[in-house]
Design a binder for this molecule. Structure first.
Ligand code: GRF
Length: 204
């Protein structure tokens, strides 16, 4: 398909452009940057943006990708912040906006700017255990299998259309830490694959 497109237009197809939003340590972001570097994920990272000082930003700089600290202003509403963020991101013309440990709830101005183009990864098998501390919720409930989910972001808390899931068995001696570690490993394997598949479904 790509070869055909090149044949007809004379130009190689443009790579998908990913803007990655982080708030923390950025291990999922790193897994995505690695997958792009190794050309397993056919996309380029055009921006890593964080709403706060985050380890992930420093890590992204080491990969040589553009980074930006984009904090909420004092007194700014969630919607006001998201409207400003939408304007900022639009300038980069991203194919997808990828949340990777981004801790702010996303509101209408940002959702409307990128309909069906914002993805998130959650450390549980949704619709079970949405929200914070999903691994603890799973342990407390006593489920024997949990995992991670890649989904589209909508107005709800982890309620958007599910794109991909990976199961992780709970072991009898698991603590929140050991379980979280195994789920995180699964996240790193799942996210880039889910993005790659989703990109194939998007109109060119
Ligand atoms: C991950 O567990 C992800 O599922 C959740 O936040 C965590 C982020 O971890 N949304 P990291 O910053 O990618 O290491």
């Amino acid at each position: 398909m790509k070869a055909l497109r090149t044949l007809f237009t004379g130009k190689p197809p443009q790579k998908a452009r990913l803007a990655i939003l982080v708030s923390g340590r950025g291990s999922n972001m790193r897994a995505l940057l690695d997958a792009m570097r190794l050309q397993k994920l056919d996309a380029e990272c055009i921006l890593v943006l964080s709403d706060r000082e985050a380890t992930g930003l420093g890590l992204a700089q080491k990969y040589g990708v553009p980074t930006e600290l984009f904090p909420k202003k004092k007194g700014e509403s969630r919607e006001g912040f998201d409207a400003r963020l939408a304007e900022r991101l639009k300038k980069e013309n991203p194919t997808l906006v990828i949340c990777a440990g981004y801790l702010k709830l996303i509101t209408a101005p940002l959702l409307n700017a990128f309909p069906n183009r914002i993805l998130n990864i959650h450390p549980a098998l949704l619709p079970a255990f949405p929200g914070l501390n999903a691994q603890k919720q799973a342990l407390d409930y006593g489920v024997k299998i949990t995992g991670c989910t890649v989904h589209l972001v909508d107005r709800g808390m982890d309620t958007g259309k599910i794109l991909a899931q990976s199961a992780v068995p709970v072991q009898s001696k698991d603590t929140v830490e050991t379980l979280s570690r195994r789920i995180l490993k699964a996240e790193h394997q799942l996210y880039w694959r889910a993005i790659q598949q989703y990109l194939k479904k998007l109109p060119a």
